[in-house]
Write a protein that binds this ligand. Structure first.
Ligand SMILES: [Zn+2]
Length: 443
């Protein structure tokens, strides 16, 4: 980075922080439609003030996607993706300071949305402003789309991507997320797992019964746990026939990237407070399992009485929430069909399946020229070779639509000015951002 750019950023540290505070002060909770319209206005205004021409991408029933264009000296175009909505902040009483009143404590800024992903929006905006102030027109053209429904699974994103596919064309896309690892290596994320989220409902008796009737009445709770037990062996192998059929072997380059990642075993063990990982895995084997294994996770399980003390009841209903994280080339529709067929075959055809979300896994190959180019830039910037995550455990619901309709290759690049183990999505008192890090998104 040039000295002039560095000194510009140093002089404008406070501006960057107040920009982030301004964004965090405006609630924008997609699940509650709280402050979404105001937030869209603010985002559009900030883009315009930074020199972007803007327009609103709209489809029926969705908050607008704010789209900005900033022509550069070359037509080479990078599409930036961010979202202006946040997760709900409830329960409010667990916050040390109110979620929409940004507060600095111990050098960290606390507010809902700091880490996911208003800090990233603020950091990108600050970087673009600095580059324009110091160098004038940017060398490349920027397209920027900022949506308002990411935290509820981007339900209208596919319609937007289809309708505006030609507008969204670019040589590559920077997704949200990613930063620097604890040793200062820039982290590149090349994809996310897919998701199939289902709810399983068992109806036993018509009403809750006295448990004295257990010898003669069907039990919804037992039926559900027995059905769940058919889905997975105790060691984690998923028993749904055909579940693994479409799974691709990781490539040599992907395995090499995993082997080259820093060992975080200790930190992860500490943060989850576990003695050891599944199957006693450690190091490279642990990281490979985390990256490439599809899962069948019980996200929620409820039936009968779960309060204080005892209640001798035979509950009429039982419910489980299951999320399947999928890897290339598994598809949620196919897995859903296989789940249905499996339950049917095991004699559990009466279990009602409701689907909440589904998303394809999306992975950009390491060998892609856009990835290689960004890896080179990241290395020359940070002075350290990047740490590459071939596929992350989470799911960005918009990626599937972006790939299907726009076909633009993408990756997560450092720019999310947050530190590891912040409380993104958490119910608790954090979502902190090291305020020092916003200084022009440096490591
Ligand atoms: Zn996000």
């Amino acid at each position: 980075m040039t000295d002039t750019l560095t000194s510009y950023l140093d002089e404008h540290v406070d501006d960057a922080q107040s920009l982030l505070e301004q964004l965090c002060r405006q609630p924008s909770v997609a699940a509650q439609r709280w402050g979404i319209a105001e937030m869209a206005d603010l985002v559009e205004l900030l883009l315009r003030e930074t020199g972007f021409s803007t327009q609103r991408l709209v489809v029926e029933g969705a908050p607008p996607v704010i789209f900005g264009e900033l022509p550069g000296r070359s037509p080479y175009t990078v599409l930036l993706y961010n979202h202006y909505d946040v997760q709900p902040a409830e329960p409010f009483d667990l916050w040390v300071s109110p979620p929409f009143e940004p507060t600095v404590r111990d050098g960290k800024l606390y507010a809902r949305g700091t880490s996911d992903n208003k800090s990233e929006f603020a950091a990108r905006l600050t970087a673009i402003r600095a580059l324009r102030a110091v160098h004038g027109q940017l060398p490349i053209t920027l397209h920027w789309m900022i949506e308002g429904e990411e935290e509820i699974g981007s339900p209208h994103f596919a319609a937007i991507a289809e309708k505006y596919a030609s507008l969204l064309q670019a040589d590559g896309c920077f997704w949200e997320g990613s930063g620097f690892d604890p040793t200062g290596r820039p982290e590149l994320g090349l994809g996310t797992k897919g998701l199939l989220y289902v709810q399983l409902d068992v109806q036993g008796t018509g009403i809750d019964a006295h448990s004295g009737a257990a010898p003669i009445l069907p039990s919804a709770a037992w039926r559900l746990v027995q059905a769940l037990a058919t889905l997975r062996t105790p060691d984690g192998h998923i028993r749904i026939p055909g579940f693994y059929d479409a799974v691709l072997e990781p490539s040599e380059a992907q395995l090499a990237a995993i082997a080259d990642q820093p060992d975080m075993d200790e930190q992860i063990r500490e943060s989850y407070k576990v003695e050891q990982f599944v199957d006693g895995l450690t190091g490279v084997a642990l990281r490979e399992r985390e990256a490439f294994a599809p899962t069948c996770n019980i996200a929620g399980l409820v039936s009968g009485y779960t309060g204080e003390g005892s209640k001798t009841v035979l509950p009429s209903r039982a419910r489980a929430k299951i999320d399947f994280r999928l890897v290339p080339d598994q598809h949620p529709e196919d897995i859903l069909a296989k789940l249905q067929a499996h339950l049917e075959a095991e004699g559990y055809g009466d279990i009602r399946i409701t689907t909440f979300s589904h998303a394809d896994p999306v992975v950009t190959p390491i060998e892609h020229p856009f990835v290689q180019r960004m890896a080179t830039i990241a290395e020359s910037y940070a002075g350290k070779r990047p740490s590459i995550t071939p596929i992350g455990g989470g799911t960005l619901p918009f990626l599937g639509a972006l790939r299907r309709y726009v076909g633009v290759p993408g990756l997560s690049v450092p720019g999310n000015a947050v530190y590891w183990a912040n409380g993104a999505h958490g119910r608790k008192h954090f979502s902190p951002m090291a305020s020092g890090v916003v200084r022009g998104c440096r490591p």
